[in-house]
Design a protein around this ligand. Sequence first.
Ligand code: SAH
Length: 349
Amino acid sequence: MYQDPTTTIEHLYSGTPVYKHELIKLLKCDDPYILELLRSRADMVRQEHYGTDVYIRGLIEFTNYCKNNCYYCGIRRDNKDATRYRLTLEDILHCCDEGYKLGFRTFVLQGGEDGYFTRDKICHIIASIKEKYSDCAVTLSIGECDMADYQAFYNAGADRYLLRHETACNEHYSKLHPDNMSLENRKECLYNLKSIGFQVGSGFMVGSPFQTLDNLVEDIFFLGKLKPHMIGIGPFITHKDTPFCNHKSGSLDMTLKVISILRLSHPKALIPATTALGSIHPNGRELGLKAGANVIMPNLSPANVREKYMLYDNKLSTGKEAAEGLEELCKAVEDAGYKIVVDVGHAKC
Ligand code: SAH
């Protein structure tokens, strides 16, 4: 049956199931009136559950060594031009100390898949942070691990885990990753994390090479099935030293549209206005908030390693994207009509 995009937005808003062809039509739509309706509905839903609150997460990029070779990623194993580094436990705790003073109550430990950081080492890091800051949440973003590893991380005190599915279509997945990686394993990890009791975040890049609108709809439907607590999406951005160096980056407008659709379909999810969004447009972060996002993840890594964690070209890590730029960020967020809060900020779902 024919549905115009306005009806699709109302269906998303009221929780009525929507069909693939309706979402495709909405994703194709460039009518400013309809796009504004989508945005304002998403903002309304976000305000219903979270008011104008914006949660901040301190991102600690603790290693850029990675055994994987994802074609899109600047810290892939075969990028010989990447200068590799690892933070020590002391470095990480120092980041947390600085972050805590600034008002961060969630620390996100993100890294490549680095064998140096064994299960025991990661558990020790988690336990050390939790011992010092029992009122804070620890989030991990360290890729695919065994169920036993995940369980050990959880037992050591980790609260949340971010693992983007990257794309929910097998064929597309195999165009973004080498043969030794599979969507099946990625999905199994996500379900394992959920069954252990983690608050789980997933997501994908918008405009990644070879992505079709069909793929995007599959991503949206997959998240509908997974029902994650957190949804991280951002534009794909080219990295000059990867096999995708000649592919163009994803667009601001499409990313904003997808954020709004996801906000409508996941009213209580925590959705960051990602660094990638902030990196492709000077107001990307603020526009992300206005489109339905309610989390920002400033960089808490030591300044001397920030430019080494280059997932994509021109990745922001200074100014409003840096923990020490928090005051500037607070002001920008307030100007956009929202407010950064000092809160552990658990998902309300
Ligand atoms: N090793 C961890 C963390 C990966 S980095 C893991 O596998 O989960 C975090 C996210 O950055 C990735 O999930 C990916 O979606 C995103 N990313 C990587 N390269 C990117 C690029 N070129 N453009 C935009 N986002 C990218």
